[in-house]
Design a protein. Sequence first.
Length: 175
Amino acid sequence: MPEKPIADWNLSERDAIILQELARDPQLTSRGLRDLLAEEHDIDVSHVTVNESIRRMRDDGVFREALVPNEEHLFFSLFEFQFNPEGFDEHWRDALEHVRSSRHTFMYFLSDGDYQWKTIMMFEDREQESKWIHEFYKEYGELVNNLRNSVVTNVLKFGTDPELFEVFQEDGDDE
């Protein structure tokens, strides 16, 4: 399988720490980050420099900002789509766009194996989820061999560990 191309971005130690701290507390201001960089990391920069660094990383696609609903208020499901090859050519694009544009779609991705499209979807209740599946089959049934859905019963982790960004500061360790 080909590797995903890496963006042409070389994170400085300061940028990696900024991402780490924002993952820990997304509400941190540039002034708060400036103070934290000085106090905990001995990095002396202005809040303007911190703000500029964040803006540059955002604009260059190093990270995304997203509004993420509280998982305690919604039902999450993993949907996996298996296709009927006979209907694929004619219907795949409309179905892909339908799933991608659905207000219930939280994350949508492609994978290998028998179930090639996968999405994490959010619903107010199980009835709403059932109606979505029913309508999808009515519209795209000739494309889909099977739609496997798994109910997410307990969310044990929801978020990015700030320590993930330490990988950008490592010298090739694969731990």
